[in-house]
Design a protein around this ligand. Structure first.
Ligand SMILES: Nc1ncnc2c1ncn2[C@@H]1O[C@H](COP(=O)(O)OP(=O)(O)OP(=O)(O)O)[C@@H](O)[C@H]1O
Ligand SMILES: [Mg+2]
Length: 494
């Protein structure tokens, strides 16, 4: 066979292959709104015999590496394109130059393939890794998301309600919970930032970009590294080389490399920054970039003052603490009152009100709890006198069948908790007989409307008195103790 014939034969084979994979536009499962025009254009190119040569097929996914199909880019020459699977599913093809990021691609593949990642909807879904089909590039095939969090806040920020912000923050933490679980190995993300959080077409979140993620041995407390990872402004405090930042001198090359400490709590601090970013539609808790690092160094998240809800402010101030040991673990953060449903908040109040050791008149714990509640009146997280917000005849109704209302002589909140517990255990149609129940449709709602911040105040009390959180009824609200809580009971920063 002559050379020309052989060349022709190769071309025929290639076009036969492309023809065999020709898409049927009916098979295309349309999900993305933002990228729909790009997919339509991709199909057009595909159908046009002259242009279809520009299509590459990677593991059954058609992609065209042309600027018009580019949807994102990162450092080291990474480019992300839309791709359409032969199963009709819309995908993202992340193309990494082998020369610069072969190891990052393999690391990301291994993490995305781990049980921690594959079992969680809060981690970007991975399909395939290809480092053989092209000499210069490797490819990661991923589920397609609609935009990253930075773009989402820019484009859709106005639509974010308090409720949806809470859902998004919870989802970021659920992603971290999956990574930090021993399943069998923990994983540290180490590069959380708005551009590395993806948002799907329904507004749900997935953590992505695991190039510098790290498997974390079960028995290790800290992973030491000689490199500072992450992106400026989105690096945890303990992972910043402060000596270098505060020095105006050249580092001696013979100096031992610096040892930075990476741990799960480092991811938590950055998740706290992301929480603030979501709530404030794009701001950073440590302020504009020119002041940011200094405020971080000074342990002063100056912008938290912008948050009007003391509950989320409490959560974020814990997560942003400079000392990693004072930050909650992810499972604890998810049990913060900010995330508790109405039912769980009431269960928490009832668990406290039901515990004789805590609620018994004049015992040390009940005195401490009353003092703590008293100290919150200034803020004011609680009404001065809990009885003053209940109509006197309603108080009589609530007390029916229990101790008479006049025996609640003063403003002690332990009495209030006991009343809540008694009423919820013996509701006996009391809600219907209340004169001033407002819009409440249940006794639970009635009490939380009167004392919306009581769960937070109690939570803060138990955080300071962590021994009490080991009591059977309270354990489920305080799942794992932080190292700090074991060694330092003064972690409250609010
Ligand atoms: N699965 C996806 N679906 C939609 N867009 C994506 C997807 N993966 C990445 N992108 C977009 O591409 C951008 C870059 O991707 P990615 O963060 O994975 O690259 P990178 O080079 O590792 O980034 P970095 O600069 O943080 O190192 C993201 O910020 C996002 O906007
Ligand atoms: Mg990135």
């Amino acid at each position: 066979m002559g050379q020309a014939t052989r060349k022709l034969r190769t071309e025929v084979t290639e076009s036969e292959r492309i023809a065999a994979l020709k898409p049927n536009s009916n098979e295309w499962k349309r999900v993305s709104v933002k990228y729909r025009p790009k997919f339509e254009r991709l199909l057009k190119i595909w159908e046009n015999a002259n242009e279809s040569q520009s299509i590459t097929i990677i593991n059954g996914n058609r992609v065209c590496f042309d600027k018009e199909f580019l949807i994102g880019g990162g450092s080291y020459g990474t480019e992300v394109y839309i791709g359409l699977g032969s199963d009709g599913i819309e995908r993202a093809i992340k193309r990494l130059p082998k020369r610069l990021c072969d190891h990052l691609g393999k690391n990301e593949r291994d993490i995305l393939n781990s049980r921690n990642a594959t079992e969680s909807p809060r981690i970007v879904k991975y399909w395939f890794y290809d480092d053989t089909s092209n000499r210069d590039f490797c490819y990661l095939i991923l589920n397609l998301y609609e935009r990253n969090l930075e773009d989402y806040i820019r484009e859709e920020g106005d639509k974010i309600t308090e409720f949806s912000a809470r859902v998004m923050i919870r989802q970021v933490l659920e992603g971290l919970r999956a990574l930090h679980a021993k399943n069998p190995d923990r994983i540290l993300h180490r590069d959380l930032k708005p551009a590395n959080i993806l948002v799907d077409v329904d507004g749900n979140i997935a953590l992505s970009d695991f190039g510098i993620g790290l498997f974390f041995r079960e028995d290790a407390n800290t992973h030491k590294t000689i490199n500072q990872c992450g992106t400026s402004g989105w690096i945890a405090c303990e992972c910043i080389d402060w000596d270098d930042l505060y020095s105006n001198e050249l580092r001696d090359p013979s100096d031992a490399p610096i040892q930075l400490r990476w741990k799960e709590e480092s991811d938590i601090q950055v998740a706290g920054m992301l929480g603030f970013f979501i709530l404030t539609k794009g701001k950073h808790p440590f302020g504009p970039s020119i002041h940011r690092l200094e405020k971080m160094y000074l342990d002063n998240p100056i912008c938290l003052i912008e948050l009007s809800d003391p509950v989320v402010k409490d959560l974020l101030s814990q997560m942003l603490a400079k000392d990693p040991d004072k930050r909650p673990r992810v499972v604890q953060a998810l049990k913060h009152p900010y995330f508790l449903s109405l039912e769980e908040q009431i269960q928490f109040l009832q668990a406290v009100g039901n515990d004789p050791k805590i609620i018994e008149d004049n015992c040390a714990v009940s005195k401490a709890l009353d003092n703590h509640c008293q100290s919150q009146l200034r803020y004011p997280l609680l009404p001065n006198n809990w009885k003053s917000v209940i109509d006197p005849s309603d108080l009589d109704t609530l007390c029916r069948g229990g101790r008479p209302s006049k025996t609640y002589v003063n403003s002690q909140y332990t009495h209030c908790l006991r009343l809540i517990r008694n009423v919820l255990q013996h509701p006996d149609g009391k809600l219907d007989q209340l004169k001033k129940k407002g819009q409440a449709t249940s006794l639970q709602e009635y009490f939380l409307k009167l004392f919306p911040k009581l769960p937070l105040v109690l939570y803060q009390f138990f955080r300071r008195n962590h021994e009490l959180t080991k009591r059977p009824a309270l354990k489920k609200f305080f799942p794992v103790m932080t190292r700090a809580a074991e060694s330092d009971a003064s972690m409250d920063r609010s």
